[in-house]
Structures are given as C-alpha cells and as structure tokens.
Design a binder for this molecule. Structure first.
Ligand code: ZN
Ligand code: ZN
Ligand code: ZN
Length: 166
C-alpha cells in the first residue's frame, strides 16, 4: 500500500481495495451489493476522508434509487464489516487499509491537503490499554486522529501543487 502522501498510482489502490472488499464479503457470507460497491468505490476515490453528504450528492447522479436512509445504512454496513473508518473529528469516511483485521484506526491527517493515512501501530494500542488499566477503565475502542502537515505540504515550493496527489 502506497502512502496517501506520496504520488502513486491511486487507481491501483482503488481497484485492489474493491477486489479485497468483494472477497472479504464473500468470506463473511454477506452481499457486496451494487450500492455497497458503488459507495465503497466512491470512498476510495482518493485518500481524502469524504462526508456522507458529499457521497450522497455524488451517488445521486449514477443511482437514482440511492436515498439518504439507504446511503446511511450502506455506510453502517461498510463500517460494521471493517471496510471503512469514520474520522470523527471531520465526520467523514475513509477506506480501511487493512480490512479484515479488527481495529478502530489511527490516522495522521494533513490539515492543508486533507489527505489522511492510516497508521495503526501496536505501541499506540498498548499505551492506550495501559493508561486505561491504570484508571481501571474498560476500554472498548479508541480513535486517534493526528493533525499536521504531510511531506508535500511542508515544502509547497518544491511541489507546485498537490493536484496530482490522489
Ligand atoms: Zn492511493
Ligand atoms: Zn483500518
Ligand atoms: Zn498535505
């Protein structure tokens, strides 16, 4: 998997994510319906988290049967299957880089170009488990969203623009 912050063939990210999702749904015995696939493909359109509102707007053009309730239900399904994550601070959705492995997701998010990269790390989970235990707290899930500048945006002069960045 290429970094969201590097120039890469994103079409390949997208197609392999869709293929993987289809395979995982098959293994789970759940249906990867047309709407589920359409929405998932749209979410993988880039490494920028996308809001439900924008997804709804985009899908309306290709699928007239898509209504807010069906789109929200489909997003819930994709979340439940661990195929996408919700970025809470942006109230937006992003494709999971390691679907199939249960996790909530840790993200580094560029506040300038809005690209986000999933960066799960055992040490982060371990530290959070440790502090939870110290407080006799029963942890269920955690969300870590780190904001800053990606390599491209730290040196905007060297890269004329980030338009080529998927
Ligand atoms: Zn990509
Ligand atoms: Zn993930
Ligand atoms: Zn950036």
């Amino acid at each position: 998997m290429d970094s969201a912050f590097s120039h890469h063939n994103h079409h390949q990210c997208q197609t392999s994510a869709v293929e993987q999702a289809r395979r995982l749904c098959e293994e789970q015995g759940v249906r990867f319906t047309k709407l589920r696939e359409q929405l998932f493909t749209l979410i993988w359109e880039s490494h920028k988290p996308v809001t439900a509102y924008k997804l709804l707007d985009q899908i309306k053009d290709s699928d007239f049967s898509a209504t807010p309730p069906t789109v929200y239900r489909t997003l819930d399904f994709l979340l439940e299957q661990g195929l996408i994550h919700r970025i809470n601070s942006l109230n937006a959705f992003i494709g999971c880089c390691q679907p199939g492995a249960r996790h909530t997701g840790t993200f580094i998010i560029c506040e300038r170009c809005e690209h986000a990269q999933e960066v799960d790390h055992a040490n982060i989970l371990h530290a959070i488990q440790q502090v939870s235990e110290q407080h006799h707290f029963q942890m269920k899930s955690y969300v870590t969203e780190v904001y800053g500048l990606c390599p491209q945006c730290q040196h905007p002069d060297e890269h004329d623009n980030n338009k080529g960045l998927a």
